[in-house]
Design a protein around this ligand. Structure first.
Ligand SMILES: [Ca+2]
Ligand SMILES: [Ca+2]
Ligand SMILES: [Ca+2]
Ligand SMILES: [Ca+2]
Length: 358
């Protein structure tokens, strides 16, 4: 709920205040009697125009209204319009003052199309604005977190098809499972056993193929599903050493997740030699690892504190808010770069080398 200051005072006074507001609005021409600001805690949309980000929500149900927040601040992400910040560590605070940062509430005479209205340089002439309130003062706080965490069925931060709950995700943080010890916890690791076959391409068993109790492919039937088994055919040669270096390099260059298909690595009967225990040589020893970058989902919650909404018709109406929860903005599929410990080591060594030769 929004918090008018008078919400905190005794019942009799609330009644008086409600009477007062009824009187206030009943003087209006037309039939507008609703000024509830009941757009709180909404799912927000965003667009960027003239270097300004506009967050907005509209309601076309019983009254045509919108709440929009315009922000122009260097603390916000400047390269992706659909995400406010990638900083999940700190809360961003923006002072809601001046022309550039402001909250605006409007009532219109007809249905409003938010993306047309807020995302074009000049707002269309129709619908017409009947009432407008603009903020004075206040502080916007933006708190951003990952929106792909948790233990529900659908939460799968790395998108490898195995939900966080099955990948040893620790909801309290700090103690996540890391099967291959590469520094990336399983719930963020697209290759959980570090064998260079992405989990997504080695988890599924076709009908008739050996599988674990949970239904995951287990070629060598040792009870460890292929996606957690560094030697899928149990021929004592690691899967990562049964695939040619140049195939791995091509996969990294092209970011082609399906590269370790049996076709590409086939030796016998269309079966990759990493899945064929009869073929335990050659062994292509190398240290290459797949690109472990993933896409992640973010959620920003926007709360505005200590401000007034001032009616723009000169009536002097001025409503005080202690705290207004504007809502949340969800941004999906944002590139999240990550390196395994080994990749980090190699990168550090390379950088040191470059510095040495300068
Ligand atoms: Ca994983
Ligand atoms: Ca793997
Ligand atoms: Ca196995
Ligand atoms: Ca093997």
């Amino acid at each position: 709920m929004f918090q008018f200051e008078y919400m905190r005072i005794p019942m009799k006074k609330i009644f008086a205040a409600l009477l007062f507001s009824f009187t206030l609005y009943s003087c209006d021409d037309g039939d507008i009697t609703v000024t509830s600001f009941d757009l709180e805690d909404s799912d927000l949309s965003i667009c960027e125009i003239d270097d300004k980000k506009v967050l907005w929500v509209v309601n076309n149900e019983d009254v045509y209204e919108s709440m929009s927040l315009e922000l122009d601040d260097s603390a916000l992400n400047d390269s992706l319009t659909n995400v406010l910040t990638l900083n999940v560590e700190d809360t961003i605070e923006i002072s809601l003052s001046g022309e550039k940062n402001r909250l605006v509430y409007r009532i219109y005479d007809a249905e409003i199309n938010g993306s047309k209205y807020f995302c074009q340089g000049v707002p269309p002439g129709s619908p017409r604005v009947l009432e407008e309130y603009v903020s004075a003062g206040g502080t916007v706080t933006i708190t951003t977190s990952f929106n792909d965490l948790g233990l529900n069925e659908d939460a799968d931060a790395d998108g490898d098809g195995i939900p966080n709950a099955e990948e040893g995700f620790d909801p309290n943080g700090g103690n996540h499972l890391d099967t291959d010890g590469d520094g990336i916890p399983d719930y963020l690791d697209i290759d959980d056993d570090n064998d260079n076959v992405p989990t997504a391409s080695e988890k599924d068993a076709d009908p008739g193929e050996p599988a674990t109790e949970n239904g995951y492919l287990d070629t060598d039937e040792d009870g460890i599903p292929n996606y957690l088994d560094s030697d899928d055919d149990n021929d004592a040669v690691l899967t990562r050493h049964e695939v040619e270096e140049e195939n791995i390099q091509r996969a990294i260059d092209e970011n082609d997740d399906g590269f370790l298909s049996p076709e590409l690595t086939a030796e016998v009967d269309g079966l990759g030699n990493y899945l064929n225990k009869e073929i335990s040589s050659p062994s292509f020893e190398h240290e290459l690892q797949l690109d472990h970058s993933i896409e992640r989902d973010y959620r920003s919650v926007i709360v505005i504190r200590d401000f007034n909404l001032i009616r723009q018709d000169g009536s002097g109406e001025d409503i005080r808010f202690d705290s207004y929860n504007l809502g949340r903005l969800v941004a999906n599929g944002i590139l999240f770069k990550q390196l395994t410990n080994r990749q980090q080591e190699l990168q550090d060594a390379e950088e040191e080398n470059e510095e040495g030769t300068e």
